[in-house]
Design a protein around this ligand. Structure first.
Ligand code: FAD
Ligand code: FES
Length: 254
């Protein structure tokens, strides 16, 4: 069991927990978070260097119960699991949609520590929901903001902002985490510019270690083979952006 050392609001719908205990996770890896008596669900490590922490959007019963936990209370943590992001080159473009910024924030910090130049396209519904904008700027990333309602930065989708950034600059690799439709759009843009890409995917996860099959995607397990996949792997997925398994294992449209 891990003890909550700090529990803070990041945006109106997103909160961060920093734990007393340390955990050696790399950016892009996830942990299974167990809220006793409620549920267990996957969360990316959003702090991976000095502290270990997670950043979550409050959406359903599990995350609502998590949001009600106070400093000093204990919750279950299994992991870290899966494959994280790998630095590929000296000039990187990261693209985050909503809570997708959670695993990219520590990766930006790690990349800058390795003397890599980072641009970030940060997308959200409104300016209040922009996650870790200040954190990315403090780390040294050049941040390009886009919001669906135009309340800050470019009005429109993150993919439109990426297309405009790529018109003027060249990058060694694109990294993405966010809605699957955004990832599908980025794959097209990356191909057009001949830029490699890595993206973190989400599927329902129960075991987190490749046993239960609930995270199956075209014969792979997102929990063990991902959640970060290379461009080649992403292109091989016929189900990407189209279908996924729901909590009862039925294939549903995305
Ligand atoms: C590898 C991975 C990393 C993730 N990292 C983050 C993160 O850093 N921050 C964040 O806010 N969210 C993250 N998620 C999504 C997060 O797991 C779900 O939002 C969370 O489980 C919702 O639980 P709930 O009980 O509040 O909502 P529910 O009402 O139970 O579910 C709401 C939606 O969340 C998704 N979900 C529910 N249970 C699971 C599950 N066991 N596995 C995957 N998705 C589920 C489903 O799409 C569901 O429709 C991650 C998911 C994966 C697979
Ligand atoms: S979550 Fe069980 S196999 Fe991936």
């Amino acid at each position: 069991m891990f003890t909550i050392a700090e529990h803070r609001d990041e945006t109106p719908t997103t909160r961060t927990i920093i734990f007393k205990e340390k955990l050696a996770a790399v950016p892009g890896q996830f942990v299974m978070v167990w809220v006793p008596g409620v549920d267990e669900f996957p969360m990316s490590a959003s702090y991976t260097s000095k502290d270990f922490g997670i950043t979550y959007q409050v959406i359903g019963d599990g995350t609502k119960a998590l949001a009600a936990k106070d400093v000093g209370e204990r919750i279950g943590i299994r992991g870290p699991y899966g494959k994280g992001f790998a630095i590929h080159g000296k000039r990187l473009l990261m693209v985050a949609g909503g809570a997708g910024m959670a695993p990219l924030a520590p990766f930006i910090e790690e990349s800058v520590d390795h003397k890599v130049i980072v641009d970030l396209v940060l997308g959200a519904k409104t300016k209040d929901e922009l996650l870790f904008e200040g954190r990315a700027e403090r780390a040294g990333a050049k941040v390009h903001v886009s919001t669906d309602d135009g309340s800050k930065g470019l009005k429109g989708l993150a993919t439109e902002s990426v297309a405009s950034v790529l018109r003027n600059e060249k990058f060694d690799c694109i990294y993405a985490c966010g809605p699957e439709k955004m990832i599908v759009g980025l794959l097209e843009i990356a191909e057009k510019h001949g830029t490699p890409m890595q993206a973190s995917l989400e599927r329902i996860m129960k075991c987190g270690i490749g046993i239960c099959d609930s995270c199956a995607l075209d014969g792979r397990h997102v929990c063990r083979d991902g959640p970060v996949f290379s461009e080649l792997e992403l292109r091989s997925f016929e189900e990407l952006g189209r279908t996924k398994l729901d909590t009862s294992g039925r294939k549903v449209r995305i």
